[in-house]
Design a protein around this ligand. Structure first.
Ligand code: RP5
Length: 168
């Protein structure tokens, strides 16, 4: 695997069932990535070291997922100038998901985190690929094809519904 362009981190292995969607779409789009566990609360020094080293080692964006009191994305954003995409995870310690969403979304001025939907790791992967696609033409081409395929699938369903109505 070539030098990773995107870092995927998450607070716990229990987040992997959600966060693997980011890995899967990055693989589809030909974006190299690394994936590891970094806990803001249980391994704060590791979080600090990861965020501080991220740009230096060539990462272009970080996807950070966490649940409950989800401080990882915001804290990482406070420690790096790389764009950070936050994935709120509905975890075992989350009341209903809103706690994770708001912990990641409601950042103070000056420290943005691009927050995707609850458990929205797939969109986090696509957004990270779009960041890489601003300077990598191969990735931009793959994104173009990806979006054409999305359109083609909707067109197929429109044809199916217009042909078969509610029985489609
Ligand atoms: C968060 O607490 C993690 O990101 C995870 O979503 C949640 C629960 O962690 P575990 O108790 O499953 O390790 O920090």
């Amino acid at each position: 695997m070539s030098q990773p362009q995107v870092g995927i981190i998450m607070g716990s292995q229990s987040d992997l069932r959600v966060m693997r969607d980011a890995a899967q779409v990055l693989e589809e789009l030909g974006v190299s990535f690394e994936l590891t566990i970094v806990s803001a609360h249980r391994t704060p020094e590791r979080m600090f070291d990861y965020a501080k080293a991220a740009r230096q080692k060539g990462l272009k964006a970080i996807i950070a997922g966490a649940g409950g009191a989800a401080h990882l994305p915001g804290m990482v954003a406070s420690l790096t100038t790389l764009p950070v995409i936050g994935v709120p995870v509905k975890s075992s310690n989350s009341i209903d998901g809103w706690d994770s969403v708001l912990s990641i979304l409601q950042m103070p001025g000056g420290v943005p985190v691009a927050t995707v939907a609850l458990d929205g790791a797939k969109n986090a992967g696509i957004l990270a690929a779009q960041i890489v696609g601003t300077f990598d033409q191969d990735v931009a081409n793959k994104l173009e094809t990806y979006k054409e395929n999305l359109k083609a699938k909707v067109e197929e369903s429109i044809s199916a519904v217009s042909k078969n109505g509610w029985k489609a």
